[in-house]
Design a binder for this molecule. Structure first.
Ligand SMILES: Nc1ncnc2c1ncn2[C@@H]1O[C@H](COP(=O)(O)OP(=O)(O)OP(=O)(O)O)[C@@H](O)[C@H]1O
Ligand SMILES: [Mg+2]
Length: 424
């Protein structure tokens, strides 16, 4: 009999709120991992990791950092036999909503303690360059707890150099020190959050010419590199060979996540075959959904003293996740779309059901499902669902064809039990 895991082990067997840092819990993704490696060793190639929400972009970018610093564990796991160890100096930054231009991004990279700030301090040449930018740099420091008066005084004086020049100089000074054989690697997560990306591609291009040995890995929700960069002309070549599209995970990869979680608690609690398949089907390729459902199913089983999780247990878990608003963002979007209408909920679910199997939703198919479930005029509700009032979760592609904007939300819609009871 396997030894009983602690409650902490059980709680951390799945981790929906955290990207994967360790190679041993990183499931599947053989091809993307290989592609990342090739892009890392190709001179002049920047990396772009793109894909849907919750598909595993940040996790892959963490692996890129591991590999870039000589940890070849994952490469061995995916069967890429590599004898040399890479030696980059990696800098990770997640954009968030506050960054509106690439200049602001560069400024954050320069002044954030976890980014370049500490390195620059130790290298005189870099420090000098940064001091030329002192006014702005100071704002970063004083605004932490400084007085208002100094802040305004500082803001009025113009920096001697623009942020692009300072960034280039600082980076170049750090590279001259040869602290890391392969140079600097900037991993910029949630790049899609930057509202105005104009000029970033040209900046990258100039940087590549002036300072060899700098690589960017940008990560974000997008369908292609043009959408992520919002610049058509020059981005292609900068990322040639380095564009990693993360597709939905296949069933075996999703299963590996479940088996890995079980192993982490010594197989003390297991998902039976039906439960495993149910979770995999519900996830629709999103590792996030496996972690979300898996975590709460395990918690419930542990609390009840069960050693097996069945498909019925998964049903209960889904109800629990919905009721307690475990994922407040997805649940909030669900509530916003449904609002107070049973009929709109039926239509929303009918659309999601059709979307799960196809790239586009043909309304005829969805309408039929909705009518069968007692909705008189489904088109009216589809009309609602494209508007901002109901979250604009779907878009019209052309006459009679619609699409959900976010596949993770589709998976949530299909997994979540209805608020209103079925009448049929
Ligand atoms: N290869 C993998 N193996 C196991 N779990 C994974 C894998 N990739 C991602 N996950 C898990 O899936 C969840 C979502 O992953 P991650 O945060 O990396 O996705 P994302 O695409 O960055 O999401 P978002 O769009 O919200 O930023 C996390 O719980 C993460 O641990
Ligand atoms: Mg992410």
């Amino acid at each position: 009999m396997a030894s009983k895991p602690t409650i902490t082990q059980v709680e951390n067997a799945f981790f929906p709120a955290k990207e994967i840092t360790d190679a041993d819990r990183f499931a599947g993704r053989t091809r993307p991992v290989e592609d990342c490696y090739y892009a890392l060793i190709s001179e002049g190639t920047n990396i772009a990791i793109i894909g849907n929400r919750g598909i595993g972009k940040s996790s892959l970018s963490r692996q890129v950092i591991n590999i870039s610093t000589g940890n070849n564990e994952l490469l061995a796991k995916v069967g890429l036999d590599v004898d040399e160890k890479l030696d980059f100096l990696p800098i990770y930054f997640a954009c968030g909503k506050s960054i509106s231009t690439h200049q602001e991004l560069l400024e954050k990279l320069l002044t954030n303690k976890d980014c370049l700030s500490d390195w620059s301090y130790d290298i005189p040449k870099a420090r000098k360059s940064l001091e030329k930018y002192q006014p702005k740099f100071n704002i970063g420091i004083t605004s932490l707890g400084g007085e208002k008066a100094t802040e305004t005084a500082v803001k009025t004086s113009q920096p001697d150099h623009d942020v692009e020049t300072v960034f280039t100089n600082v980076v170049s000074a750090i590279i001259e020190q040869k602290m890391a054989k392969n140079g600097l690697l900037f991993v910029i997560d949630e790049f899609d959050q930057i509202q105005n990306k104009t000029g970033f591609a040209s900046f990258l291009k100039a940087l590549a010419t002036n300072v060899p040995g700098v690589k960017f890995c940008i990560v974000g929700v997008a369908h292609d590199i043009q959408e992520l960069m919002k610049e058509h002309a020059s981005s292609d070549r900068l990322f040639a060979g380095g564009i990693i599209h993360l597709p939905a995970m296949d069933n075996d990869e999703l299963k590996e996540i479940i088996r890995g979680a079980e192993a982490s608690i010594n197989d003390f609690i297991r998902f039976d075959d039906n439960a495993t398949n149910k979770v995999i089907n519900l996830a629709q390729g999103h590792p996030y959904m496996v972690h979300l459902i898996g975590k709460y199913a395990l918690r419930m089983a542990y609390r009840n003293g069960d050693t097996y999780i069945s498909a019925t247990d998964i049903e209960h878990t889904l109800a629990e996740i919905a009721e307690s608003g475990t994922d407040p963002v997805l649940e909030g979007r669900y509530k916003k779309a449904v609002a107070s209408s049973r009929q709109r909920e039926v239509v929303l679910k009918a659309l999601a059901e059709v979307q799960a199997g196809e790239l586009e939703i043909h309304t005829a198919e969805a309408y039929k499902k909705a009518i069968d479930n007692g909705v008189d005029n489904p088109s009216q509700f589809v009309g609602h669902l494209v508007t901002d009032d109901y979250g604009a979760e779907i878009v019209k592609i052309r006459e009679r064809y619609y699409r959900f904007k976010d596949s993770l939300f589709v998976a949530y819609l299909n997994a979540r039990p209805s608020i209103f009871k079925e009448t049929s």
